[in-house]
Ligand binder design. Sequence first.
Ligand SMILES: [Ca+2]
Ligand SMILES: [Ca+2]
Length: 168
Amino acid sequence: EMKTSLAFLFAVLACASATNLLRLRTITRVYASSYHIIKTPELWINAQKKCKACGGNLATITNPNDHAYLAAQLKKMNIKSAWVGLNDIKTEKTFVWVAGSSAFGGKSGYKKWCPKEPNNKGNEDCVELVANHSAGPCLNDLRCSFPTNKRGYICEIIASKTTHDVTI
Ligand SMILES: [Ca+2]
Ligand SMILES: [Ca+2]
């Protein structure tokens, strides 16, 4: 049947063009990110939107050094606490970083909770880094969109660059 053979012809043509594979490339990329602290208080979701608009996400804390560094920066700026990317919006008690499981959004990350946190009091699904806690800098879950829960926030802007491009 005509219709069928035409479809077959197109399929063959598409395949033929795909055989114009002249080389393979191996690319190595290095990823880097920078933290940006924004003092203007926002609700968590709006803070995340603003980080997105800058090409990033609310920050992922990957290790104790990040944790201490960010807390120290907040203190310097006289910010008591600020939103980070950690949340359990999707599944209660399963805290994930909003950046996802990419290079900077390791699913586990580093989570140093404040004493007796996370307590989900009144359904708290978004996380702030408390810089001035008596127990030392730590994380607290907080209601994401409760009107008084506006906080400064930390964005993490991701940049990648190609360091190595080999043509075989
Ligand atoms: Ca929660
Ligand atoms: Ca809490």
